[in-house]
Design a protein around this ligand. Structure first.
Ligand SMILES: N[C@@H](CCC(=O)N[C@@H](CS)C(=O)NCC(=O)O)C(=O)O
Length: 289
């Protein structure tokens, strides 16, 4: 182990705002709004405030899937929330998500407006509202719920654990990288075993569990997260890779990934989405001309 340190925790922890990590500027030990700002609201029933991280993308994929099935009630305005600039701490955002994290949804089709936060809760809310992408069969439905909650509980080890120490921490520390690489590979192996016997995560149907898990583990396997595909030897999880590629080929997934995206090719960035034609007319390459 190369992480020799003479650090001794003090009796009472104190906030060191300059800890050097990639998110030092926005992290704070307190909750609540830091500034007053009203959120924009569009004409569609659903208002989404988000960013195209894995947690954001799982919701935009679901919305695009619902629209592709013909559910016009799923029309949505997607507004960009730049978390690196602290926009999740505005008073308007905190009203919709007191936890100050994207994604956050406001359903204006409900009397008085219904807020929904936590990406898993948003997926479940939409699946139940439209009766889609959640199995009717009680056994598959229960599997779907188990895997959806599995994703919500497991991805913090991948993102906040492995991803943070492998890609974002101010230095490469062997102990946490080893610990979280081991756990991430265990999770990948679990999914690979599940997918060796089932076409989709909850069984025979494509559901919100696939959308949630693909957004993290599928994108990791495709080398889109933390530049870690080789380090984690993702190609060895062959069933996971097959499932990943099959989902990646969906038009709805391509669209969902573009919404609220602020990096990559300009033609793949749709900062705000208000209607379906925006995918053809309002990507950053077109707006910057
Ligand atoms: N469990 C939450 C996690 C959401 C989350 O961690 N969002 C991140 C981006 S992926 C965020 O908004 N971070 C801003 C911050 O921590 O201040 C969910 O699934 O909705």
């Amino acid at each position: 182990m190369s992480d020799k340190t003479d650090y001794q925790p003090p009796t009472v922890w104190k906030w060191d705002a300059e800890n050097g990590g990639a998110f030092a500027k926005i992290n704070r030990p307190t909750a609540g709004a830091t500034h007053e700002k009203v959120l924009p609201v569009g004409d569609n029933p659903l208002q989404l405030y988000s960013l195209a991280t894995p947690n954001g993308v799982k919701v935009t994929i679901m919305l695009e899937e619902l629209l592709a099935l013909g559910h016009s009630g799923a029309e949505y305005d997607a507004w960009l929330c730049r978390i690196r600039d602290g926009e999740q701490f505005s008073s308007g955002f905190v009203e919709i998500n007191p936890n100050s994290k994207i994604p956050a949804l406001l359903d204006r089709s409900v009397q008085g407006g219904q807020r929904v936060f936590e990406s898993g809760a948003i997926l479940l809310y939409l699946a139940e509202k439209f009766g889609a992408f959640i199995p009717e069969d009680p056994i598959e439905k229960t599997e779907c719920m188990s895997w959806l909650f599995w994703q919500m509980a497991s991805a913090p080890y991948l993102g906040g654990g492995f991803g943070h120490f492998y890609a974002y921490a101010p230095a490469k520390f062997e102990y946490p990288i080893n610990r979280f690489a081991m756990e991430t590979k265990r999770q990948l192996d679990l999914l690979d075993q599940r997918l060796s016997k089932n076409e989709f995560i909850s069984g025979s149907e494509y559901t919100i569990a696939d959308m949630a898990i693909w957004s993290w583990y599928g994108q990791l396997a495709l080398g889109r997260l933390y530049n870690a595909a080789e380090f984690l030897d993702v190609g060895s999880y062959i069933h996971l890779m097959d499932w990943t590629k099959k989902i990646d080929a969906r038009k709805t997934v391509e669209r969902g990934r573009m919404v609220n995206r602020v990096n990559g090719e300009l033609s793949s960035q749709l900062h705000e989405r208000h209607q379906s034609s925006d995918f053809d007319l309002r990507t950053e390459d077109k707006l910057s001309k």
